[in-house]
Write a protein of this length. Structure first.
Length: 84
């Protein structure tokens, strides 16, 4: 493991299905992401809500749309894909 790369742990809960059809699901959930930056020796948490539209094609269920709403919008660094 590279000791200079930020490490993250993602938690997702309270998943709620809002709309359901045979090939489409609209759902919401809450999340928290714990980030540790070994370069600075600091950690922080981001949290908020996800909204997903899932669609089923011939092979599997896939994410067609994802909306991320941060609850804590003051973060100590740049946001990247892995930390939300």
């Amino acid at each position: 493991m590279d000791s200079t790369v930020a490490r993250t742990v993602h938690g997702i809960g309270s998943v709620e299905v809002l709309e359901e059809a045979p090939d489409r699901i609209l759902c919401e959930s809450v999340f928290s992401v714990h980030v540790y930056d070994p370069r600075l020796g600091k950690e922080h948490t981001r949290h908020g809500r996800y909204a997903h539209v899932l669609v089923q094609d011939a092979e599997a269920w896939r994410i067609a749309r994802k909306v991320i709403t941060l609850a804590n919008d003051r973060v100590p660094t740049v946001l990247d894909f892995y930390s939300i």
